[in-house]
Design a protein around this ligand. Sequence first.
Ligand code: F6R
Length: 606
Amino acid sequence: MCGIMGYTGYRQALPLLLEGLKRLEYRGYDSAGVAVLESNGIFLKKKAGKLAVLESCLNGCQPAGVVGIGHTRWATHGVPCDRNAHPHLDCRGELAVVHNGIIENYISLRAELSGNGHRFLSETDTEVLPHLLEEIYQGDLLASLLALLPRLHGSYAMAVMSLREPGRLLVARRDSPLVLGLGKGENFLASDIPALLPYTRRILVMEDGEVAELWPDGVKIYDASGRQLTREAFPVEWDAAAAEKAPYPHFMLKEIHEQPRTLRDTLRGRMEGGRVLLPELDGAATYLRQCRRLFITACGTAFHAGLVGKYLIEKLVRLPVEVDIASEFRYRDLLLQPHDVVVVISQSGETADTLAALRLARNLGAKVLAITNVLGSSVAREADWVLYTWAGPEIAVASTKAYTAQVLLIALLSLHLAELRGTLSPSEVTGLAQEIDLLPERVAQVLRQEAEVASLAQRLKEHEHCFFIGRGMDWAVAAEGALKLKEISYIHAETYPAGELKHGTLALITEGVPVVALATQLSLLEKMLSNIKEVKARGAWVLAVTADGEEVAEEVDACLRLPPGDPLFLPVVAVVPLQLLAYHVAVARGCDVDQPRNLAKSVTVE
Ligand code: F6R
């Protein structure tokens, strides 16, 4: 995820670009850059690191240009460094482009362009854009952009400017956000509304497949065939500080709602013709084929993703999996052997215990596969192989979209391993891959039940204790649901494998105690029903989360229904109502949802 900003008008562009980028830094902050049109060429400055680094490098530079584009990056293709930062230029230095998204076919485009003599300076997918435009350009930037877009696979919000057409900015959008801000004698573009609020509150939201041109005195929007569209601007009334998460009141809610898209991003380019493609693991094939057991280690939410992974891998790959909390893994007398593979999971890639576990495993001779969300993080740099979750920066302390992306990626990994080790036939893999492909839409369906979850939260908010129960993978999901509730609403929540309650904890179930029962695993439904009856008989108030359970619904006080699907992959879907529940309970209790007490987003201490 990256942030883009652009300006055409009568004021010096540079300060406006920097101010706007500051408000987009939440979208990525590993490098930043600006390009300003000057009469004698394009002024270009880009720097690795946060925007502040770029600002200090610019110290004293005051390009007079009144047209410019800027970018703050969250690296995907190519490490964060000056050369990979945006904007990128064509060979002649006449066209500049900023881009948020991924050009999936950039390798073939790059080969074609290199063959035609274009010189590339970065490792990014984006750099093909100015060079392709350079090839196509015949004096009209709009016509060139319309001709370029059909050649691209993937996602983009891009802004382009040309030395030959001063005053004109072109933008295009597909699957990445882009808004235009209308001013008087000046116009703006940005990835998100907050960047524009200091300058204008008249906003136009671009839709997928649209192209727009901005001049100081007007904005025109076109469809992909170049037909002009009419669109009304709308006034924005939020205050600028709260608006970064707008229209959501908290980042956590925004991130929960982003999940259908982030899950699609996790899958992007990783499935083709019913097969799972994880080219990042090409070099790992021998190890993954030969290893006799797998270790998974992580902390907190990432550990819960690992628990789901154990069930998935053991079921589909028939490979024993041990899952450990990283702070335990690193201090026990590990029996690692050559050919053991250790999977570490970390959203931030910087968690001290997880990193220490990774280093220990490597010191003991094991190979390490990292699953992380942050490109170039310590975990990513030190592992033997890396799979990125591509969930975009997660700002709320409580992890939501990173968790679902981790579980989804582990599901893909399971199919990859099953194929490698021959535990599933190609047609079985295809059938399961099709199920995985449906998960983003299923999550979207669950999000539509938010009002129902919010009213259930009112029932829970007065309690100080709550229990989460489930069997098999449901138990792992229950653990994640309980953690969410604890960390943001401060309600004490315990998780139990449902069959274990009667061995002691049942003593705590009394009249009115809330129990959240996960019942998504068909093969365990009957057993789960018995456990639900056990707690009901002691007076518990039971909220069930189930996919197919008419019988479950009849037994409980409230029931949230998931769209049916293969139970193997339902954890990705089943956690979503639990995230919403925790969120709405925390709001109802007046808690600081995004920054709960005592916690931090990245735990870099032991
Ligand atoms: C809880 C949460 C934490 C993290 C844990 C590991 O919502 O976010 O439990 O999952 O601190 O962090 P990463 O994944 O960055 O290693």
